[in-house]
Design a protein. Sequence first.
Length: 414
Amino acid sequence: MDYGLTEQQQEIVNIARQIAQKKMRPVREHYDKTEEFPWPIIEEFKRADLLGAYLPEAYGGLDGGVFELVLVGEELSRVCAGIGLSVATSALCAIPILYYGTPEQRKRWLPDLASGKKLGAFTITEPGAGSDATSTKATAKLDGDHYVLNGVKNFCSTGKAAELYVVFASTNPGRGARGISAFVVEKGTPGFSFGKKEEKMGIRASWTYELVFENCRIPKDNLLYKEGYGLFVAQSTFDSSRPGIGAQAIGIAQGALDETMSYVRQRKQFGVPVASFQAIQHMLADAATSIEAGRSLLYATTRAMDKDNKPAIDKAIAENKIVYDVMKELDTRRWTKESGMCKVFCSDAAMKVTVDCVQMCGGIGYMRDFPVEKYMRDAKITQIYEGTNQIQRNEIGMMLIKEAASHAKELAAA
């Protein structure tokens, strides 16, 4: 389908596709088996400016937005979601800096993330605080010109390979959720170390680590926005990043369908190609329809988000202000409902499509030397991270109720 991409957007897609097919495809099995970090492929991303496709030109990016991030994520995940995840995790670090960082903080950290000189990561989950991020136990106490950070974070994607981390900790435990704040912590800061490296079902080319903070002193200037705004920083970051998970899911589903289509057209049973059987055709049709529906939702949502957010970003850069403050001035909207819909629909579709692709390929689909089973393993995480799909449905439902109440109030006042 022609989605009306601009010349630059189409070029981004073409470059991402070329790297995925020529550089990632030959080595994806190796990195999945060994769980090594794909540094040679990261160099390809850096040379192609894929790590900055969504960031403003002022910081070395290609001046795109969430839509460009989605385009890149989909193409890379179509070949290997684990290798491609480094782009998404760096974005997850860069987005809160872009929205909530001071002009000085943006200039300090975003150019390195845009160029790929440094990879970024985002860590909010703790052993006792997953879906309930308000249960954060990590603390950050102000001591002169530094905060002293203590606590453990887990399930940090990109993990030890990153150089910059957006970390959430309580600066006022007595205030509960309103006492949590967001910080940027640089690798190598004394008191910051790495714990367990996780062994995962899928996305094995992406490292997942435990982070340990023991009297880690970070400069006061590394606080993002203000004390007590941490959960708001996280939630609004997810509003922009969850479509990236949807893009990862759609890429995984499309990649699985590509491999399956090739196989069922040449695999013969009862003297004819498997693709000639109506049962298989119906499964192919359902898979393709789900993928295209998810892609349409993703593209429409992220284009609308960029149309709403980019004027505030541009104005903040021009006027040397914090982007979030300008968003309030311009009364930009929250995208919690739509971003949640993208994640839920696309990840559920990816899980269904990849399971069906394994089924359509039969016995070979279950084998490790055939790529379809990897797509199924990789798909599962898209239903879990950045908020489980059950949490997404809670948020979507709450937003629908709020919108209905607001509409009813407007009608009553009319």
